[in-house]
Design a protein around this ligand. Sequence first.
Ligand SMILES: Cc1cc2nc3c(=O)[nH]c(=O)nc-3n(C[C@H](O)[C@H](O)[C@H](O)COP(=O)(O)OP(=O)(O)OC[C@H]3O[C@@H](n4cnc5c(N)ncnc54)[C@H](O)[C@@H]3O)c2cc1C
Length: 426
Amino acid sequence: MSSQEIEVLVVGAGQAGVAMSDHLTDRGIPHLVLEKGRIAERWRSGRWDSLVANGPAWHDRFPKLEFETVGADDFAPKEDVADYFVAYTRLIDAPIRTGVEVTRVVRNSDRPGFTVQTSDGEVQARYVVAATGPFQVPVIPAVVPADSGHTQLHSGDYRNPAQLPDGGVLVVGAGSSGVQIADELRRSGREVWLSVGPHDRPPRRYRGRDFVWWLGVLGKWDLSAPPQGAEHVTIAVSGADGGHTVDFRELAASGITLVGRTEAFVDGRMRFAPDLARNVAAGDANLFALLDEADAYVTRNGLDLPEEPEARILGADPASLTDPVLELDLAAAGITTIVWATGFRTDYGWLQVDAFDENGRPAHQRGVSTEPGVYFLGLPWQSRRGSSFIWGVWHDARHIADQIQIQRGYLAYDQQAALAAEGAVL
Ligand SMILES: Cc1cc2nc3c(=O)[nH]c(=O)nc-3n(C[C@H](O)[C@H](O)[C@H](O)COP(=O)(O)OP(=O)(O)OC[C@H]3O[C@@H](n4cnc5c(N)ncnc54)[C@H](O)[C@@H]3O)c2cc1C
């Protein structure tokens, strides 16, 4: 690929890039997808070994293809998810080139479109879609110095318990990744501490339906912005072992010590905020609120779904909740490793166009950026809550394809008018 011209260049072949290709193909729009690794690379090499999808296979997929390797209600292992997207690219005959990194995109000054530099030559593109993922660069808060003597790694680099040095583990962050990793480490026989911040914990299943179904019928996947005050609230769900509701009291009963938000590290001692009980109570309230909404939906629609009062029963509060640890000498507690399940940020250093706000964040409306011809796809809350998830990105890709088609339509009109004018002169 020394030099090539293409109408639409899609950067990244994760689920977002594949969805984009699907909709562009449906509209007959010529395009090329460049992926620096393999198709769905992050599902292969950016997740821990035992990870399964958080949503059941009937939901966490694109409309044109079902999972063949697992049942509809099962949670697909991460390799199956990656294989699914590879199968999808074959189904739609997606024009993808793997092993090619996009290193720079700049707007042309002397002609329409963009010059795209890649690890394999240059591409001229009229439109560019940045589909490089919502979770690109691991974020580790600057709390513990690198030379503290503790092994520190991000959840994105965690693979399995055997990877860690012997000893106890502090897992910071109680979203889906943190709780699943803490649970796995505890089951492997480790001493585990879990630092719990604000979270939602929807029921895995309620009245016979998975939470993804409830979020769908209650319109919550479609929310256009996080509820006010809940912008930094993580969601704790798990498809592990067939799926179960994340229950912090159960995690504590299994031997995990719960602590509040990790705040500071001074002289070998970790300090935790006195907010554990509040965070757990808010998570319980979120669970109960969803159960209430689900019950109201059942009544309103006259559905025959079995009642489930036991979903509202909470276990006894563990000691770590009633008498929380606020400071812990890590070495004395035998903690050798800290796993930071503290999220990711984006990095668009390669996209050198006017598509970012003063904080460097994508400036866009539903993925249509402030730089004409540049689009984002797969951003958290791009158009709705589901935007960064498998289910949602396919719908956002349809919108971006529509927008590109609309712009092409205007340009085609211009060209027709110019040709007609030329004809009149002649
Ligand atoms: C632990 C974890 C579990 C998750 N589980 C689920 C789940 O069960 N269900 C669900 O719906 N969602 C889940 N998600 C959320 C989301 O589905 C995934 O993060 C998914 O990988 C996002 O897909 P994407 O295509 O937007 O981005 P990515 O999968 O990150 O794909 C982006 C691609 O772009 C490539 N790339 C990046 N930069 C360049 C470049 N400069 N040039 C060329 N290529 C480039 C990367 O190699 C990558 O393949 C999970 C996320 C995490 C972190």
